[in-house]
Design a binder for this molecule. Structure first.
Ligand SMILES: Cc1cc2nc3c(=O)[nH]c(=O)nc-3n(C[C@H](O)[C@H](O)[C@H](O)COP(=O)(O)O)c2cc1C
Length: 186
């Protein structure tokens, strides 16, 4: 698969087969992630992997509750809030693997570096026939000091990207993508 084919193949997946992702496969994805560019080659990222189904379910439910509390504190109402507030909503869907990418503080632009590592990981996953989805609603929860403490993550690290990974159960409908809006070409 060429890079362009992987870019075209990557689409957010939210429905996964029960087939577990092998440890070596996850290691290959992490190897791809760390090939990403980073400002001053700081490589100031670190990774957490969760493959325990029970732990994923428990963390997902806590992330859901925390996210609803955050929306409520902001006074947000509407369909999106109600969708997340529904106890049957599982933020990690039924994925069997979660990879969290943390920015190590110090060097500049750690958040951007981690986002680039995340995209590398998602493209490598696409080539391996795996589906991924960045779960932004779990971000604030995973960055909470208590949760980082539970997971053995230094408090000063920042949870940037939470990526679910698994073998897609269904194709899904690819979203339409707008053509590039070119502001200048001098
Ligand atoms: C920073 C970020 C946060 C996202 N958060 C969520 C999320 O919490 N839940 C979800 O289902 N999808 C989430 N997504 C996936 C987007 O909905 C998806 O990328 C977008 O609809 C485009 O679809 P595609 O990835 O298939 O191209 C997130 C994507 C990004 C980049």
């Amino acid at each position: 698969m060429t890079v362009l084919e992987a870019i075209a193949a990557r689409r957010s997946v939210r429905d996964f087969a029960d087939t577990p992702v092998a440890r070596e496969t996850v290691e290959q994805l992490l190897d791809a992630a760390v090939q990403a560019p980073s400002a001053m080659n700081a490589q100031n990222w670190a990774f957490g992997v969760i493959q325990s189904v029970d732990r994923l379910r428990e963390l997902g439910e806590r992330a859901r509750v925390a996210f609803v509390a955050m929306l409520d504190a902001q006074g947000m109402t509407g369909d999106f809030r109600d969708h997340v507030a529904d106890p049957s909503f599982a933020p990690f869907y039924n994925a069997g693997t979660l990879v969290v990418i943390y920015a190590i503080p110090g060097p500049p632009l750690g958040t951007i570096n981690c986002a680039l590592a995340a995209e590398n990981l998602m493209l490598a996953a696409a080539e391996a026939g795996l589906g991924t989805c960045w779960i932004g609603i779990a971000g604030p929860f995973l960055d909470d000091a208590v949760v980082k403490g539970e997971l053995g993550v230094p408090d000063e690290y920042e949870a940037v990207a939470a990526l679910i990974v698994g073998y897609p159960a269904t194709e899904g409908t690819p979203p339409t993508k707008n053509p590039p809006q070119v502001l200048y070409w001098q």
